[in-house]
Design a protein around this ligand. Structure first.
Ligand SMILES: Cc1ncc(COP(=O)(O)O)c(C=O)c1O
Length: 440
């Protein structure tokens, strides 16, 4: 590849300098560094990353041949292995197979079951209508794309999930981020958005936040945000992945818990958490849902949800609505776990949901040595978050209680945490490198 560069030498004399540019192979560049986690794959694969949990989905599962108490599955209500769910999933797969319906919803992939699930979700969320999307992540990315044009301004929380951040990448207009759950800063960003729109003389404002922030477990300040609707004009979109089924009197989520469900213009949740399934939905007023239905690219240009998933999700929704004892048990377990951690002096931050983070100090290598100890010697499996996801020197254990955990699981976990924290504080886990635990 040849490039020419024009250089002014002196007194207005010009010379052309030929520059040779060697175009690198795109894969070669990528493979120099496999990314922040991928760079450790030779030591970590199959253990710290891509572990395989085997056996029935439950509070105890098998990891590398050993039974573990598992705290890393978003199976909040324990529906993953509920006998009625398993039966419905199996019967629907037998009756319809995985191929049906063939095609995108708009073309040839619609069914009465899809429409029934949408109607039931809308009614449950107190909205006029709902639309199914195949995945939460893709659905949110595509929803942001379909809602906003180049003059619209998006105002969003700084700790938004990757699906919101990636949806913003498709947005051709401006976006203003507000400090996490900081209502004062939120109002400031709203004012900036309003000023820009007045200058442009075009566009509107979409506010995006979450019902529950999945890492720290704190609820979004929906009540305070919604209150500003009296003063400013904006539409509110809430991703309630972790609130759906776990919060509110009926389980309708964070909007219900905070008494502002009617102020949420678009309510969004995945089926991947409380429903222990696949798929997601958006609920709102009939007209806007119809607009989304006819324009959202992730559904128009993709095959619709397979029938067994739709029928399985109808069964899960029925259980979520009719078996409130599952949510009660989930909260009993969450409170026992969270209170037990606090009594033992652990910092669990600002969680006001069942998501239970445990904040510790230490380096990445230390964190991996501690995880190994807790798995190999205490038989506890939970997720760990380290740099670069969070600042260097910090470690977060992320525990997800479910309705199927037992008092014994909680007690053994609290004891193991106390024992391993003592070792962490004493420097027992200081190692030079991430332990070599990859699959042979
Ligand atoms: C807040 C939030 N939104 C969206 C998603 C993505 O959902 P799905 O797994 O259905 O793609 C998740 C799941 O991790 C989530 O926590």
């Amino acid at each position: 590849m040849e490039n020419y560069c024009r250089l002014q030498i002196f007194n207005g004399t010009f010379a052309a300098l030929k520059i040779e540019y060697f175009m690198p192979d795109i894969f070669e560049r990528l493979l120099k560094n496999y990314g922040p986690i991928g760079q450790h794959r030779e030591r970590a694969h199959g253990y710290f990353a891509f572990p395989k949990l085997e056996g029935e989905i439950s509070n105890r599962m098998i990891f590398r041949g050993k039974e573990m108490i598992v705290w890393s599955l978003n199976n909040y209500l324990g529906l993953a292995n509920h006998p009625e769910v398993r039966k419905t999933d199996a019967e629907a797969a037998k009756e319809f197979g995985l191929a049906l319906p063939m095609g995108a919803r708009m073309m040839s992939g619609n069914s009465n079951y899809h429409e029934q699930l949408e109607a039931e979700l809308a009614a449950f969320e107190g909205k006029e209508d709902a639309i199914l999307v195949n995945f939460g992540y893709q659905g949110m990315v595509s929803l942001i794309d379909v809602l906003c044009g180049r003059h619209d301004v998006i105002v969003y929380d700084a700790e938004s999930h990757a699906c919101i951040i990636d949806g913003l990448r498709l947005h051709p207009g401006h976006r203003y981020v507000f400090k996490h759950n900081d209502v004062e800063d939120f109002e400031k960003q709203l004012q900036r958005a309003e000023a820009l729109i007045s200058k442009q003389k075009a566009g509107g404002i979409l506010v995006i936040t979450e019902g529950v922030f999945g890492m720290a477990g704190d609820q979004g300040k929906l009540k305070e945000i919604a209150a500003l609707k009296d003063k400013y004009q904006f539409r509110l979109l809430v991703d309630d992945a972790h609130g759906f089924g776990t919060l509110g009197k009926t389980g309708a989520g964070a909007g219900e818990a905070q008494g502002v469900q009617d102020k949420i213009d678009l309510y969004f949740s995945t089926f991947a958490k409380s429903m222990a399934s696949i798929g997601a939905f958006i609920a709102g007023d009939k007209k806007i849902i119809d607009y989304v239905r006819y324009n959202i690219r992730s559904q128009i240009f993709a095959k619709s949800l397979p029938m067994p998933l739709v029928i399985g999700n109808l069964k899960r929704l029925e259980l979520l609505r009719t078996q409130p004892q599952l949510k009660t048990k989930l909260w009993e377990n969450a409170r026992k776990l969270q209170n037990g951690l606090k009594e033992r002096g652990f910092d669990i931050g600002k969680t006001d949901s069942v998501v239970t983070p445990v904040y510790l100090n230490g380096g990445v290598e230390e964190a991996t040595a501690m995880v190994m100890d807790i798995r190999e010697n205490y038989h506890i499996f939970c997720s760990i978050v380290v740099y670069p996801v969070i600042p260097r020197g910090h470690i977060i254990y992320r525990l997800i209680p479910t309705a199927v955990h037992t008092d014994d699981d909680i007690e053994r976990t609290l004891e193991a945490f106390s024992a391993t924290k003592k070792k962490l504080d004493a420097g027992d886990y200081k190692v030079d490198a991430i332990p070599h635990m990859a699959n042979a």
